[in-house]
Design a protein around this ligand. Sequence first.
Ligand code: SF4
Length: 689
Amino acid sequence: QPEHSEITTCAYCGVGCTFKAEMRGEEVVRMVPWKDGKANHGHSCIKGRFAYGYAHHGDRILDPMIRESIDQPWRVVSWDEALTFAADRLNAVQAKYGKGSVGAITSSRCSNEETYLVQKLVRAGFGNNNVDTCARVCHSPTGYGLNQAFGTSAGTQDFDSVDEADVILVIGANPTDAHPVFGSRMKARLREGARLIVVDPRRIDLVKSPHVQADYHLALKPGTNVAMVTALAHVIVKEGLVNESFVRHRCDWDEFQAWAEFVALDRNSPEALESVTGVPAADVRAAARLYATGGNAAIYYGLGVTEHAQGSTTVMGIANLAMATGNLGRRGVGVNPLRGQNNVQGSCDMGSFPHELPGYQHISGAAAREVFEADWGVKLDPEPGLRIPNMFDAAIEGRFKGLYLQGEDILQSDPDTRHVSAALENMEIVIVQDLFLVESAHYAHVFLPGSSFLEKDGTFTNAERRIQRIRKVMTPKNGYGDWEITQLLAKKLGMGWNYHNPSEIMDEIARLTPSFRNVSYEKLDEVGSVQWPCNDDAPDGMPIMHIEGFARGKGKFVITEYVPTDEKVGPRFPLLLTTGRILSQYNVGAQTRRTENSRWHEEDVLEIHPHDAEERGVLHGDWVKVASRAGETTLRAQITDRVAPGVVYTTFHHPLCNTNVVTTDNSDWATNCPEYKVTAVQIAKSNGP
Ligand code: SF4
């Protein structure tokens, strides 16, 4: 029987389910989905239920460790010695190579308060803007694209809104695996009669599962999203399906006209683009008509949109579709990015991009900078810092020598692993703060043991901009919450921080961030959660945005010219590899592989169409070598017609297979988000790894 319990929030995906953590002493005995949770209404998936397993796992490193160089064994030391070592090395590197030679990467698994402190440490302590977040490699095109179109880097709706959708358009997302609680909710709405369009190269479960069947599955070739959204727009414009009243009142009319002229060109018709997308023009036409005329139409999209060379363009193309048809500003409609990790939205909100202060205030803006300078008592660098891929390039060139990694395993998560390891190897101080000796720790000089979400207070912000509390239910096994470790490092670097608890950090965030002005722990404890903006204009938050007008004023239509990716099939690499997640695992699996979830998934496999398998003499369960221009890995073959001929698919949950050995350095033109979803590969039967 539990002795006590606390309400807290799941630390896996962007749904943000709340749970009652039932405790016996310092042990979590059960995680019970919380019936009053506004994102999950008492539901959960198997990841969240068993998440506490990794907090108690024996692999956790609980003592700080240091080593002079990466070929030496680790030495367990006191916190004081580890932090002094880290600070001395950072100072020495900056003295030798310059202020801009160090930086930090924070994680969307961390809390808002932790992320805020890391960017403050970089800006106020390191004296540069070399801070980035793993949102760089997932939803940075969402931040860019939605900001261009609407003026805010966030989804437009709350989850509850789906209950009033008549048409659901899912693009590049697999909600039943990656966002299971919301995926189930979407299915419930579909069972009530909502119509469904799926745009995805792979036959995801939503396309056909018990009681749910998509009206249209537009199984496009990987890398052709922009052609697809432009073809859909072509039909809407040419067949007179534009909501002219909405566009005239709410959007820039001149920009709309230029866009309409562009999409109406013959070369943008579904027929002209059929050879590009591989999707029959008749299906594209029918899907466009359904989206434009089927009542309330809501778009949900995921990393299958963003992780492309034209990720930002597709996001803006999606926004164009919603504006052209007036599907914004009320329940049941909208543009809804399904954020991957628990706090992708929050890590972006908290200023962890190299060009933005908290609240998306550009670092080059003197007025915004002055507010932070006055509060922090420092002068800030107005130049944007290095993005994650730029840090790697600079490290290989010998210009970037020190990295503080908080909760992010770049060696497994980022593309082109060989490039990442070469960059890490070239650094003189790598500090890894994590729960386990993750892959990146092979290149670390300092290991600072991190704490799990059960061991600290804080907040996460989910995909619907909902700010929710996490609560400390057990004493940190390592001695400190992650925010305290960052504060200790800052103190060693001479900064006079003196936060007593994360609530004080949130008060500072609210003071300096207009969209968070009315957020406090008192308020969150009182009302449960709020959706930003939460300020004098919206004292209780804002479930649905852009009701009267867009945050930027008039909505902006952007011309979306399709540019083929450089990653092309050819005789050497004749197949296209795309990637995704499965239900039981989360991202690189550092946590889920250390829970009960490992029962349901032991290895990543390569899905391959029967024709492609037969051509290569590959049988179900055979080992196959997958090679690209970046590298090669070995996976077991799973023969299935879920994928089309010419396309192969895998997940990225296991370090042994490390899918990112083969993904390349291609990235989104606007944000450098890697093109994980398109890699030209060859496969051949193999004897195993
Ligand atoms: Fe909810 Fe996502 Fe956690 Fe599953 S992983 S319990 S859907 S927040």
